[in-house]
Design a protein around this ligand. Structure first.
Ligand SMILES: [Zn+2]
Length: 419
């Protein structure tokens, strides 16, 4: 014990510090555990920087925590190292001591990811439902997927720390405590109380595009991009905003919903009731329908990909028109927000990279004569699982982008919730 080795300076005039010292030590331990809970696995050097303790003090704290089984060595940082030198061990909470569940409900599929207390993704999967399926169907599909993943990967939710749920449509981030049936927002999807009740864990819910934007900003920018506009082209068109280093929800949860900005006058009817929305031009169903209307009968993403690979002129034209529409709406948003990056995401970008090029060309054109200040337009680095990963990121609450975001699900290192 540190207290036993402590020799009071100044000839013992300082009172014997047993009580105070034990308290300081416990505080240090709590800071270390808190940092590992927030950041996942860290080397001792990184941990020392995060908690602001000297290496020698930290070493004593981590040795004691390891001896008691509170933290473990999970691996080394060899994979992430660029220079030479001995790889450093990475410490983490016992990975089995906590689970975090991320669920992203899209228009036609649900994506689930599970992270452990070391922040490693230990299971993930996707399941589909019909576009018209109601919440009772969607949540059943999601729970079946979670149960299947748990059985296949041996995941237990005995210490579930929180659930992040991404939902389509305008919504402001909010956390519902595990014990609560009192919902703070009238528009809360009925799926939220269901998951609170089923898993007895706190649920953080937000627009799924906002979660995807969060994951993309964190993945691409380390500590997070400071100003970023995220647009996802899928069955629908949605987006998210990072402004001044903060993930923005807006006054009514509508921030980033560029899919329902009007892109053309007298356009096709949108499912929102308006016509000519960006979604009626740049979503996957809209692009497939437009190809068919112009004489290229295709009905799937793969068929579109094949047509683009073969340089089919109709497919190329439709993709260019979609890129132009996205570029105009993105340019208008960029003039208001001045982001450093515009990120285009979604399956469409994978099969039609020319779409991103067209958005970039329009953004540069719209920014002339100040095109040198135009934002960088790039394809997303994350895939369809971005929403579920962003939901988990919000649960960790580790990113500075979440400053000003609703408080995260309360967590305890040894939280034991019913599965
Ligand atoms: Zn619309």
């Amino acid at each position: 014990m540190l207290t036993e080795k402590f020799t009071p300076p100044y000839g013992g005039r300082v009172p014997k510090p047993t009580g105070v010292h034990a308290l300081v030590r416990r505080t240090h331990e709590e800071r270390v555990l808190h940092a590992l809970r927030q950041h996942g696995a860290l080397s001792r050097g990184a941990l020392a920087r995060v908690v602001g303790l000297s290496r020698s003090t930290l070493s004593e704290i981590t040795s004691s925590l390891r001896a008691r089984g509170a933290i473990v060595v999970v691996d080394t940082d060899a994979a992430a190292r660029s220079g030479s030198g001995r790889p450093a061990e990475r410490l983490a909470l016992d990975p089995a001591s906590g689970q975090y569940l991320g669920i992203d409900f899209g228009h036609r599929r649900v994506h689930v990811a599970v992270a452990d207390a070391a922040h490693e993704i230990i299971a993930d999967g996707v399941a589909h439902y019909d576009d018209a399926a109601d919440w009772s169907v969607r949540r059943t599909v999601a729970v079946d997927l979670i149960d299947r993943l748990a059985a296949e990967r041996g995941v237990h939710f005995g210490a579930l720390q929180g659930i992040g749920i991404g939902v389509p449509g305008p919504f402001s981030g909010v956390t519902v405590p595990a014990e609560s049936t009192d919902l703070p927002q009238r528009s809360m999807p009925e799926v939220v109380p269901f998951f609170v009740d089923r898993f007895r864990a706190p649920v953080t819910v937000d627009n799924n595009m906002r979660f995807a934007a969060l994951a993309e900003a964190v993945a691409a920018g380390g500590r997070g991009a400071q100003d970023l506009l995220y647009i996802r082209l899928a069955d629908g068109v949605g987006g998210g905003l990072v402004v001044g280093g903060r993930l923005v929800t807006g006054s009514s949860g509508f921030a980033g919903e560029l899919g329902h900005a009007r892109a053309v006058a007298n356009g096709a009817l949108c499912r929102c009731g308006k016509d000519g929305c960006l979604e009626t031009i740049a979503s996957l169903p809209a692009i497939l329908a437009e190809c068919s209307a112009r004489g290229l009968a295709i009905s799937t993403l793969d068929e579109l990909g094949t047509a683009i690979e073969r340089s089919h002129p109709i497919a190329a034209d439709v993709i260019r028109d979609a890129g132009t529409a996205v570029g105009r709406i993105a340019s208008a948003a960029a003039m208001a927000l001045d982001p450093s990056e515009i990120v285009i995401a979604g399956d469409l970008v994978r099969v039609a990279p020319a779409l991103v090029d067209q958005v970039a060309a329009v953004v540069r054109f719209e920014h002339a004569p100040h095109s040198e200040t135009a934002p960088v337009v790039r394809a997303a680095v994350l895939d369809a699982d971005a929403g579920a990963l962003g939901a988990i990121t919000a649960l960790f609450h580790q990113s500075p982008l979440l400053a000003g975001y609703p408080d995260p699900a309360p967590t305890t290192p040894s939280g034991r919730n019913a599965s």
